[in-house]
Design a protein around this ligand. Structure first.
Ligand code: PRP
Ligand code: URA
Length: 209
């Protein structure tokens, strides 16, 4: 069964309030999403394996812990997931980045695939899928299915805002995938938007519409 971790650090909640504000323009919105993603990266990497290594300080030899060498891939769901990549890379700079292109059909709300380019050794990597919004959960579930078809086995999902419906959908569709989310909002409205949410994340990031 998926573990759902709500990352409600005060700094994240503070920044999320500005992200939600309709008066926040694209430049500040992008900066905030990047900063929140950096803070989320700290949480999503919390249970990464470490191994003991011996190093020499200027004083003596000692044993320390370092990451056990498992490689990471960050996979944004285009477009809005792109806004989370740089923040994640600040904390995990050696990660490779794959891209999955999906958009939600405005009428059916079903995800439509248009792009997939992943690191060739995706099966050996810890994969972190990023998308600010988990509304119906359809896009994230499809992206994870695409990853699994290409061999990925160790997958985590990081979102900023989700709905109870989206959480239920993704945890039932992919019970092996742990979810990290800053806020689980009230509900979806009749147009499939998260309430209160932040509106359309892609449009707000890139200044479209
Ligand atoms: C948004 C968002 C998610 C998806 C969430 O993308 O970034 O990918 O909707 O909705 P769902 O959980 O109901 O699938 P959108 O389809 O608007 O595309 P964009 O990122 O290109 O704007
Ligand atoms: N996609 C968004 O960008 N926002 C929502 O509220 C739902 C889907």
């Amino acid at each position: 069964m998926s573990k759902v971790t709500q990352v409600s650090h005060p700094l994240i909640l503070h920044k999320l309030a500005y992200v939600r504000d309709k008066n926040t323009g694209s430049k500040y919105f992008r900066e905030l999403v990047e900063e929140i993603s950096m803070l989320m990266a700290y949480e999503v990497t919390r249970n990464f394996d470490t191994e003991e290594v011996e190093i020499e300080t200027p004083i003596c030899k000692t044993k320390c812990k370092m990451l056990a060498g498992k490689k990471t891939a960050i996979v944004p769901i285009l477009r809005a997931g792109l806004g989370m990549v740089d923040g994640m890379l600040r904390i995990i700079p050696a990660a490779k980045v794959g891209h999955i292109g999906l958009y939600r059909d405005e009428k059916t709300l079903q995800p439509v695939e248009y792009f997939c380019k992943l690191p060739q050794d995706i099966a050996e990597r810890d994969v972190i899928v990023v998308d600010p919004m988990l509304a119906t959960g359809g896009s994230a579930a499809d992206a994870i299915t695409m990853l699994k078809k290409r061999g990925a086995i160790n997958i985590r999902l990081v979102c900023l805002i989700g709905s109870p419906e989206g959480i239920k959908y993704i945890t039932e569709a992919h019970p092996d995938v742990d979810v990290y989310i800053a806020s689980i909002d009230e509900k979806l409205n009749e147009n499939g938007y998260i309430v209160p949410g932040l509106g359309d994340a892609g449009d707000r990031l890139f200044g479209t519409k």
